[in-house]
Design a binder for this molecule. Structure first.
Ligand SMILES: [Zn+2]
Length: 250
């Protein structure tokens, strides 16, 4: 199947999605034009799921930045916390900027199945995000107990609690897996903002990009549905929304 045909399938679910390579190129173009920033001046952190597919489908263009520092655990929640955010913040070049990309992920197969992908060497699709799908299954079977968070499965239990708090929305949705992904996006955004507020950065700008990371089958690659592209001036604390510039590039 042609890449354009796959993109059309993804866009039926996520209208403004682009390939992740296109997303990185758009990011670089906007930062160069409006801030004169080159990729090598960007200290990059990502908060995406630990799933091996995200490593295999990582856009090579993103390697032009410094990093990445991996903040994400299961489904992209920034489990490295305040210490993680503080660590890479202090690795930024003096004339550079900190760039954080965060996203929960969701699979979409060539057959438009949502929440699954075909992985290398497997004849049947499997769950993606597996953690989200497992937590959703428990939610729909009424198996999540409020406040139940264990040391042995801390990240997964945290996701379960996030879903439990928004269970009405998820249960009523036409596609619960998509709604669960939205709930996750909001929870990650809220946490990233809190971590950013409590961190000091030895540079002028903090760049936050949030989205939904859509994984295709193994021979297809990944897509980014960009939801937020903010540049925060750390001196004035003014936030500039760059999404329009990002989306209007050819
Ligand atoms: Zn995952």
């Amino acid at each position: 199947m042609e890449p354009q045909a796959i993109l059309e399938i993804v866009r039926k679910l996520y209208p403004n999605a682009t390939t992740t390579t296109d997303a990185v190129n758009r990011l670089f173009a906007v930062l160069k034009e409006h801030y004169g920033l080159e990729p090598r001046q960007l200290m990059h952190a990502d908060s995406i799921c630990s799933d091996d597919v995200n490593a295999m489908e990582y856009p090579p263009e993103a390697r032009a930045m410094l990093g990445p520092f991996g903040m994400g655990g299961l489904n992209g929640f920034p489990f490295t916390g305040l210490t993680g955010m503080g660590a890479f913040a202090h690795h930024v070049p003096e004339d550079g900027a900190v760039f954080v990309y965060y996203a929960p992920h969701i699979g979409v197969t060539k057959e438009s199945k949502v929440g699954e992908i075909n992985r290398v060497g497997q004849s049947r699709p499997s769950a993606c995000c597996g953690a989200a799908k497992a937590a959703l299954g428990k939610l729909l079977n009424d198996e999540i107990q409020p406040g139940h968070v264990t040391e042995l499965d801390y990240q997964q239990n945290t996701i379960e609690q996030i879903f439990l708090r928004r269970q009405d929305r998820i249960r009523q949705a036409a596609i619960p897996m998509m709604e669960a992904t939205e709930v996750m996006y909001e929870a990650i955004t809220e946490r990233i903002d809190l971590l950013a507020e409590k961190t000091s950065y030895p540079c002028r700008h903090l760049i936050l990009m949030g989205g939904i990371l859509v994984n295709g089958d193994h021979d297809v690659g990944s897509f980014n549905c960009c939801r937020r592209f903010d540049v925060i001036d750390l001196e004035s604390r003014a936030t500039r929304n760059m999404l329009e510039f990002y989306e209007n590039l050819p």
